[in-house]
Design a protein around this ligand. Sequence first.
Ligand SMILES: Cc1cc2nc3c(=O)[nH]c(=O)nc-3n(C[C@H](O)[C@H](O)[C@H](O)COP(=O)(O)OP(=O)(O)OC[C@H]3O[C@@H](n4cnc5c(N)ncnc54)[C@H](O)[C@@H]3O)c2cc1C
Length: 424
Amino acid sequence: MKKKFQIVIIGAGNAGISVAVQLLRKNSGLDIALVDPSEYHYYQPAYTLVAAGVFDINKTKKFQKDYIPQNTTWIKDSVTEFKHDTNSIVCGSGNEISYDIMIVAPGIQLDWSKIKGSKEAIFNNPKVTSNYLFELPTKTWQMIQDFKGGVAVFTNPNTPIKCGGAPHKIMYLAVDYWRKKGILDKCQVHYISGAGVLFGIKEYLGALEQTVAEGNIHTHFGSNVVEINSSNNTVVYETKANKEVLENEVKQFGGACYGITEQADEQLKKVEIAFDFCHVVPPQSAPDFVKNSPLADPNNPHGYVEVDMYTLQHSRFKNVFSLGDVINAPCSKTGAAIRKQAPVVVDNILSYLKNEAIVAKYSGYSACPIPTKYGRLLLAEFDYTNKPAMSFPINQTKPWWVMWILKLKILPWLYWNKILKGTA
Ligand SMILES: Cc1cc2nc3c(=O)[nH]c(=O)nc-3n(C[C@H](O)[C@H](O)[C@H](O)COP(=O)(O)OP(=O)(O)OC[C@H]3O[C@@H](n4cnc5c(N)ncnc54)[C@H](O)[C@@H]3O)c2cc1C
């Protein structure tokens, strides 16, 4: 097998394939290898739709071989080590492959171990699920349909995650389903979030807060879930909230809030809530082989690849570029962001190959499509300025039916037929 390539791309997911096809469209003579062990390619943005019963899970998974671009080499192996001093990578099989330019795009790691009991619970506890794994959105949909009322808990960790909207999107749809079924008044819904707010861009917040109010959803911010206990179906979170506030919550929620335990750190309390339904989102970080490598940003607690946030070139290794969920740039981790990052990486690599200045810049653009109910969706678009960067000639601070259709019908088609072919 060939051991040296002009360009080696680590990861053939949304980012890796997008950048490979776009490079080849601009220069079909490039010698590119993609390294990825996965037999399948997944369209993760539709997992929420599957969990809401409006999308077929089988349409989210396709054979990787059908999307790896022709005239590239697919190395079906996983990278275990970067050897930047020799411009090479080591794979699980022991193979060492070298490159002139490397593009790092292996996505993000789900850190289930940071929530004690969560991995066992999602697979073995019929009351616990997560839309973050391909195997589970269908379980979520079954649980939503089977729910007869009681305490429903939706969690969001205190780390950056892929699609920051996913932890609450499914909550709004579940609440709307229970409303339509006529059981919402028997449901006590809690959103336990490690973040400080529901959504970081204030212009989009109003519509979401209204959805929370209409669903009578109880929000707990600055609350980091640390355990799912399947023996008594409780979720445990840590918070610095004032003790009186917590005691009032215990009174307000009757039997739902179980107890408050003070920790050695006096400010930190543990709260335990018993649930009948739980959707859990794990903390996330760079894959370990990235985190433990010289490519990682030493100042980033999650070990993401250190890039210039505009050019997406590595800050220290100039023949390394990176994009997608794995980068340390302060943008949202979404496929929508990748759509704007890929052309920047492509232009900058072509300039690099010609010894020209690297000038293409990524604006930090990302989009988060948030369904607020069945048939209504808020398309939040924004960039590094944390201001709305709307693309459509309608007021996007409100949910629209047309945006629901965009998410349900148009974006999945666009992904498989245009984005992965380099034409959108
Ligand atoms: C529930 C959910 C809802 C979402 N909703 C949306 C949405 O509405 N809109 C949106 O834009 N985005 C959404 N996203 C986010 C979107 O799916 C990701 O941002 C996007 O897939 C990231 O692309 P990526 O290429 O960086 O990583 P991925 O697409 O995850 O691909 C990473 C690839 O790297 C490979 N890999 C991993 N480790 C190695 C290794 N050691 N060696 C070689 N290859 C490796 C993997 O096999 C995989 O093929 C959602 C995600 C989830 C989970």
